[in-house]
Ligand binder design. Sequence first.
Ligand code: GDP
Length: 445
Amino acid sequence: MFENLSERLSGVFDRLTKQGALSDEDVATALREVRVALLEADVSLPVARDFVKAVQEKATGQAVTKSITPGQQVVKIVHDALIDVLKGEGEPGALKIDNPPAPILMVGLQGSGKTTTTAKLAKRLKDRDGKRVLMASLDVNRPAAMEQLAILGMQIGVDTLPIVKGEDPVAIAKRAKTQAGLGGYDVYMLDTAGRLHIDADLIAQAAAVRDVANPRETLLVVDGLTGQDAVNVATEFDDKIGVSGVVLTRMDGDGRGGAALSMRAVTGKPIKFVGLGEKMDAIETFEPERIAGRILGMGDIVALVEKAQETLELEQSERMMKRMVKGQFNMNDLKMQLEQMLKMGGMEGMMGMMPGMGKMAKQVQNAGIDDTILKRQIALIQSMTKKERANPQILQASRKKRIAKGAGLEVSELNKLLKMQRQMGDMMKKMGKMGKGGMLKQAMK
Ligand code: GDP
């Protein structure tokens, strides 16, 4: 589904991972190529730009272990950035269908694959989730479309609302609701009419149906082959009638895949499913991890880097424990702590995890201590020389000025950081002294 993009990217990264050491220029060149590859795959320009920027930021100042090459590290960073750009909230493919009968409204342009997708989803709900589903076609302009849904229903063993000639879409929606309630259905799906283009009529009709059905999900079906157009269509549908998720069809084709990458970043709406063919089971949930893996096709490297990072973290924290026991705690240690805090969701997240710290988390929040502060503190430490990090006591006025300036911050903030490092150092010393059989020493055995 992402063959072209995937090929382009693996070309870029093959070259990168073969090199032992990487210069900033190597990385910059690779990222320029990534950007071009994304644009060629019809990813929208702002999304491609933000993507490359995010990778660049993460790639600078990353710790690399001996067991992996910098190029491999870059692959992992790109992989994670792909997941970020694809990821929506909640579980992939999850539909809100509690409180039966739950209405699902299907909207989209004609030919997008809306009717096919309605039936595919109905089959999926029936087979995988054991739901009783009723489908209704609201396409009164095209009797053939109504019959198409009825035929698909028979094929997959899902009931369809009997067709009554001359009824308008709102009346059909009401009848579907009543029938779904009386018939004990869990879900009823309303397949609205499509047009070749978005026009006022189409929107008015979909909105009228939405207002009577009060859908739990409004799924927009768009043709993945249309690239950025698919994203534009989604933006417009969402503005006019509001959608809860997107289904991208024809992802089995040799499309450039850009729609998938831009969709959430541009519209804010998650892709819930992808259509992968004409058959009734050719539908999959949209799983960012798997898609990112497919696009990069470098799962081995990603796994390798993950493993190496785990080992690195373990080594680092063991080393730090040893230093703590000895009462040593310099800026390198502090930086590591701050980075770990950031990773665990900042101060608040971390305190929320510790028993009895809930109240303190609130205070931290009230005091305005958040990730920004952690990031600033890290920036200050990064602005120090190696020698200064190891011996922060050597910092006099001129060094302080230089460091603060380098981080774009005030000396007063640096002073606060220094105080924090001293206090934490004292605390560590005390903890380290907590008896020979103390907690930390026990842990080191
Ligand atoms: P509607 O007008 O939006 O209801 O579109 P249809 O559901 O009638 O689909 C139009 C055509 O696209 C049909 O021939 C479908 O079989 C085909 N189609 C739908 N989804 C997919 C898909 O994911 N992959 C492929 N290859 N074809 C699809």
